[in-house]
Design a protein around this ligand. Structure first.
Ligand SMILES: CC(C)(COP(=O)(O)OP(=O)(O)OC[C@H]1O[C@@H](n2cnc3c(N)ncnc32)[C@H](O)[C@@H]1OP(=O)(O)O)[C@@H](O)C(=O)NCCC(=O)NCCS
Length: 267
């Protein structure tokens, strides 16, 4: 909605991902990472999202803004369950997930693993990724998992590539003496650095390097027993069947019932 200031205000919501979100979700991933959109890959991504929703619908979310009846995807989050703990020797991203269709998802795995998170550049710094993280961490508690972990890509490394190795840069980001646009933000959201994974994912901007980030309900509650980074609950397990239907969706449907997080976006 356009207000008196001429700025556009739009509420965002985190909702279960549907197959028809796929083309815009892929565009968000490309644009967020600084690459042009690639329409030729939209069909393949649609197949991948259909597979994600078949294998683990509860773990897939998008953030949307609405303009009348039109819903626009501005953020996307993908997770899977794995039996591998963050203390196990780290694997490259592709080895953990298989491919974007998450064939390595283990329905009995005790850990939630972060496959992807991205927010459209025009909608960044409005709390959308924070809302997506809270939804992920809420899912850990809802499914009674041991915790969440992922490789946080060091997307700001390229600024220091002429002076530092990826590992030296990662060490400084973890110490807090250098600021990384992705990993420092993740650490401020309560995710705990637990290691450095070189060769994690082919991304020149990051020197292919990630920081192993972890979150457990026990650590988040701290010594006081009070949650430090309180997650927004994801849809209740009892609603899983409805969620599954909403997530599969039919093209052009109304909003899914299980919206999990609202906020206000200004651009
Ligand atoms: C990393 C990424 C997902 C963050 O998304 P985002 O939606 O901008 O994240 P948030 O808005 O929740 O938080 C970002 C910052 O904006 C701030 N912010 C949130 N709401 C705000 C508001 N209304 N006004 C001003 N600042 C705000 C947050 O406090 C945070 O800053 P801080 O870390 O200094 O505290 C996004 O930059 C992105 O897609 N990057 C490229 C892909 C990527 O790196 N993915 C992760 C791979 S591991």
């Amino acid at each position: 909605m356009r207000g008196m200031t001429g700025r556009i205000d739009a509420a965002f919501e985190v909702v279960p991902k549907r197959v028809d979100h796929a083309p815009e979700a892929l565009d968000v991933i490309h644009l967020a990472n600084g690459y042009p959109v690639d329409p030729a890959k939209r069909e393949r991504h649609t197949r991948f999202i259909a597979q994600q929703l078949e294998r683990f619908p509860e773990g897939q979310f998008v953030a949307v803004v609405r303009d009348g009846t039109r819903e626009r995807v501005v953020g996307t989050s993908t997770t899977l369950r794995t039996a591998r703990a963050p203390s196990d020797p780290p694997l490259p991203w592709h080895a953990v997930i298989g491919d974007y269709g998450i064939p390595r998802h283990d329905p009995d795995g005790a850990w939630l693993y972060g496959v992807e998170i991205a927010v459209h550049p025009a909608f960044q710094r409005r709390g959308i990724a924070s809302a997506l993280y809270r939804t992920r961490l809420g899912l850990v508690e809802e499914l009674d998992l041991d915790g969440w972990y992922a490789g946080g890509m060091l997307m700001g490394y390229h600024r220091y590539a002429d002076r530092l190795s990826p590992r030296a840069y990662a060490e400084q980001v973890i110490r807090g003496t250098l600021e990384d646009p992705t990993v420092s933000m993740q650490m401020r959201r309560g995710l705990v650095p637990a290691g450095i994974i070189e060769g994690y994912y082919r991304e020149p901007k990051a020197g292919d390097c990630a920081v192993l980030l972890t979150w457990t309900p026990r650590a988040a509650r701290g010594a006081t027993g009070v949650a430090l980074a309180k997650p927004v609950p994801a849809p209740l397990a009892a609603k899983a069947a409805a969620h599954r239907r909403a997530a599969r969706g039919t093209v052009g449907t109304s909003a899914p019932a299980a919206a999990t997080r609202r906020g206000t976006v200004r651009r």
